[in-house]
Design a protein around this ligand. Structure first.
Ligand SMILES: Nc1ncnc2c1ncn2[C@@H]1O[C@H](COP(=O)(O)OP(=O)(O)OP(=O)(O)O)[C@@H](O)[C@H]1O
Length: 618
C-alpha cells in the first residue's frame, strides 16, 4: 500500500483545514469589555431575575437617605440660628428617619444580596465547568497561553458573584455622588469643581487593577508551576517517587523561588500604582480644604452653608473613594473575569459552528489523511509532517515508531481532539472537520496509555465508556469480557458493585495493571464504534497476555458490519504483526506502510526494528 497518493474518491466538499478551523470570534483574542460585562449581567438575570431586580432596587433606595444627611444638617443649623422651630423639627425628624431607613434598607438589601450571590455563584461555577468540559478539543488543556488564561478565570470565578454586588453598590455610590454634587452646587456652582479634582483618583483607580492584572497574567506560568510543585510535594500520586528520590526539600525550595518569581514583579507594580494613587488623593484633599476656606471666607457663606460644605465635601471624598474603589473592583475582577468567561463561551461555541455534515452510519471507504501536518498550538515544530495514508474500512491498523514519533498525536487528530495545521482528514470522502464533534465522538471508542482512574463503583467506572448504558450490568459485563478483565472483577469483594479507590469508604485498592484492564473494558463499552483506538492500553500487561487479547480482538474487529477501523499503537511487534496494515512513523514523517510481510520483504525501517526485538526475545 502506498502512503502518499492523492485519492480520486475524495470529491466531496474540500475546505482546507487550518489550525482551529473555526468561524466567528478569533479564539486568541479576548472579547471587548463592555459587551462581555453586559452578557454576564444577562446571565445573572437569566438565573435569578426576581432576586437581581429586588437586590438592585434595595441598594439604590438605601443610598438616598444617607446622601441627604448633609442637607438635613444645614436645615438644622439654619433653624437653630433663625430660631425657626419648624425647620429644627423637620431636620431632627428627617435625621432620625434617615438613620433608621438607612439601617433598615441596608439590612434588607444585604440579606437579599447575599441570597442572590449564593445562588448565582453556584450557577456561574457550574457554567464555567460545563463550558470547559464541553469544548470539543483539548487544546485549552494543553496550550500554555490558554492554560494561563483559564487558571486566572478559575480563581476569578469564585469572586465573580461579588461583581453583581459591586455593580449595585457602584450605582448606589453614583446616586449618592449625584445628590451630593447637587447640594454643593446649591451653595455655589464653582464647588462642582471639587469633582474635577477627584478625577485623578478615578483615573488611578481605573488604571491600577488593569496593570496589576496584566502583570499577573504575564507571570501566571510561575504561579502555575508553584502550584504544581506544591501538589507534587503534598499529594499521594507523587508520594513514593518524592520519597525515593529525596526530592521533597528541593521541591519546597523550588516552589518558593517560583512563587517569588511570580510575586516580585506583581508587588513592584502594586507599589508603583499605589504611589500614583496616593498622589491623586493628595490633590483632592488640597482642593477640599480650599473649598471649605472659599465658602467660609471668600463667599461669606452662612453657618449652614459652611456645615453643608464640611459635611457634603467630606462625604464627597468618601463617595468618590467608594465609587472609584468599586469601579476598580469592577474593572479588575468583573470586567476582566467576564471577558475571560465570554472568551470561554465563544471558544466552546466556535468548534461546532461550521459542523454541517452527518457522521456516516457505516464506513465503506475508510479514513484518508491527505498531506496532514500538525504543530501543537503555540509551537512551530511539526510533530506530523505531510502525512498521507488510507486507513481502509473494516481493518486493523497498527501505528509504530519510536517514542515521540507522533503516534499518539495522529490518534488525537483522528479523535478530533485537534484540527490539523494543514491538510485534511476525510471520513468516507467527507471532511472530518465539518462533522459535529459530539456525533463523531459517539462513534468513537478507545483506551489510552494515560487513562484516567474513575474512582466510582466498578460498574460505573467501566460504564462511563457508553453513558446511555452506564447502569446496564449486562452491557458492562460484555465490555469486561471483551477486555479480558473478568479476573479483575472476580477479585473485587463485591464484583461490579465494588467502590474503587482505597480513600473512599469500603473502597478497594486496585493495582495499576487492574486499572488498565478496567480502562480497556471502558474502551470496549460501545457496541458500534466506527473508530476504535487502542493507544498502548495494555503496556502494563505482559507481552503474552497482550498478544492473546489482541488476537481475540482482531478477529471480532474484522467481523463487524460497520466497516469499523481499529487503530492499535504498541511497541510490541508480536502484537503489531497481526494488523492488516502497519504504518511506520519516524521523526514526524510517515516512512513506510504495508502488511507485516510486505514490510519485512521491503527490508526497511520496520524490518530493522522487528529484527532487533525478535533477537532480544530469542
Ligand atoms: N500537548 C503538547 N504540546 C506540545 N508538544 C507536544 C504535546 N504532546 C506531545 N507533544 C510533542 O509531540 C511529539 C509527538 O508526541 P506523541 O505523543 O505523538 O509521540 P508518540 O509517538 O505517541 O510517543 P510515545 O511512543 O512516547 O507515546 C513529541 O515530541 C512530543 O514532545
Amino acid at each position: 500500500m502506498t502512503s502518499s497518493e492523492p485519492d480520486e474518491l475524495t470529491a466531496e466538499p474540500t475546505t482546507e483545514q487550518t489550525s482551529g478551523s473555526t468561524s466567528g470570534p478569533d479564539p486568541d483574542r479576548m472579547p471587548k469589555a463592555l459587551p462581555a460585562m453586559w452578557r454576564l449581567c444577562k446571565l445573572g438575570y437569566q438565573h435569578e431575575p426576581g432576586l437581581l431586580v429586588f437586590a438592585f432596587s434595595m441598594t439604590l433606595l438605601a443610598a438616598i437617605p444617607d446622601a441627604l444627611l448633609a442637607l438635613l444638617l444645614k436645615i438644622l443649623a439654619d433653624g437653630l440660628l433663625e430660631e425657626d422651630r419648624s425647620k429644627v423639627i423637620l431636620a431632627t425628624a428627617g435625621m432620625a428617619t434617615s438613620v433608621t431607613a438607612t439601617w433598615l434598607l441596608r439590612t434588607v438589601s444585604t440579606r437579599v444580596s447575599r441570597r442572590f450571590r449564593d445562588r448565582v455563584t453556584i450557577a456561574l461555577e457550574a457554567h464555567v465547568a460545563r463550558l470547559q468540559a464541553s469544548v470539543s478539543t483539548i487544546e485549552h488543556h494543553e496550550r500554555r497561553d490558554y492554560l494561563d488564561r483559564l487558571s486566572v478565570l478559575r480563581k476569578q470565578v469564585f469572586v465573580l458573584d461579588h461583581m453583581y454586588m459591586s455593580l449595585f453598590s457602584t450605582c448606589g455610590w453614583i446616586l449618592r455622588l449625584g445628590v451630593t454634587i447637587a447640594l454643593l452646587v446649591s451653595i455655589d456652582p464653582i464647588l462642582a469643581l471639587l469633582v474635577v479634582f477627584a478625577l485623578p483618583t478615578v483615573l488611578t483607580s481605573a488604571w491600577r487593577p488593569g496593570i496589576e492584572r496584566v502583570t499577573e497574567e504575564r507571570h501566571a506560568s510561575y504561579s502555575r508551576l508553584a502550584d504544581h510543585l506544591f501538589r507534587t510535594a503534598t499529594t499521594a500520586a507523587a508520594g513514593k517517587e518524592v520519597r525515593v528520590t529525596g526530592i521533597g526539600p528541593d521541591l519546597v525550595i523550588r516552589r518558593r523561588s517560583e512563587w517569588e518569581r511570580w510575586y516580585r514583579p506583581i508587588a513592584k507594580v502594586r507599589w508603583i500604582s499605589a504611589a500614583w494613587h496616593a498622589l491623586a488623593w493628595a490633590i483632592f484633599s488640597a482642593a477640599y480644604v480650599g473649598a471649605v476656606v472659599l465658602v467660609a471666607v471668600g463667599l461669606d457663606g452662612s453657618v449652614g452653608d459652611v456645615l453643608l460644605i464640611l459635611a457634603a465635601g467630606a462625604r464627597l471624598s468618601a463617595y468618590v473613594g467608594a465609587t472609584v474603589g468599586e469601579i476598580g473592583f469592577l474593572r479588575g475582577i468583573w470586567l476582566d473575569g467576564s471577558r475571560r468567561l465570554v472568551w470561554l463561551e465563544n471558544y466552546a461555541e466556535a468548534f461546532n459552528a461550521q459542523a454541517d455534515i452527518d457522521v456516516p452510519e457505516r464506513l465503506d471507504d475508510g479514513i484518508r489523511l491527505e498531506h496532514v501536518s500538525f504543530a501543537y498550538p503555540g509551537t512551530d515544530r511539526l510533530v506530523l509532517d505531510d502525512v498521507s495514508v488510507h486507513l481502509p474500512a473494516g481493518r486493523v491498523i497498527a501505528v509504530v515508531g519510536e517514542n515521540g514519533a507522533g503516534k499518539s498525536t495522529l490518534v488525537k487528530l483522528l479523535a478530533k481532539m485537534y484540527e490539523p495545521t494543514s491538510g485534511r482528514v476525510l471520513v468516507d470522502g467527507r471532511p472530518l472537520s465539518r462533522m459535529r464533534t459530539d456525533n463523531w465522538r459517539d462513534r468513537l471508542a478507545g483506551a489510552f496509555q494515560d487513562f484516567f482512574r474513575f474512582e466510582f463503583r466498578a460498574q460505573h467506572s467501566v460504564g462511563v465508556g457508553d453513558l446511555p448504558r452506564f447502569d446496564q450490568e449486562s452491557a458492562v459485563s460484555t465490555a469486561v469480557g471483551r477486555a479480558g478483565a473478568e479476573d479483575v472483577v472476580d477479585r473485587l469483594p463485591d464484583g461490579l458493585e465494588t467502590q474503587l479507590g482505597p480513600t473512599w469508604p469500603d473502597g478497594a485498592e486496585v493495582s495499576f495493571g487492574q486499572w488498565q484492564k478496567l480502562a480497556l473494558a471502558r474502551g470496549f463499552m460501545r457496541d458500534r464504534p466506527l473508530l476504535l483506538v487502542l493507544d498502548e492500553p495494555t503496556a502494563a500487561l505482559d507481552a503474552e497476555t497482550e498478544h492473546e487479547l489482541f488476537e481475540r480482538y482482531a478477529e471480532t474487529a474484522r467481523d463487524n458490519t460497520d466497516g469499523r477501523i481499529t487503530i492499535l499503537i504498541s511497541h510490541r511487534f508480536s502484537t503489531v504483526r497481526m494488523a492488516d496494515l502497519i504504518v511506520v512513523l519516524d521523526g514526524s514523517r510517515l516512512v513506510e506502510s504495508g502488511s507485516h510481510e510486505d514490510l519485512l520483504a521491503r527490508n526497511g525501517q520496520y524490518a530493522a526494528l522487528y529484527r532487533i526485538q525478535a533477537d532480544a526475545y530469542s
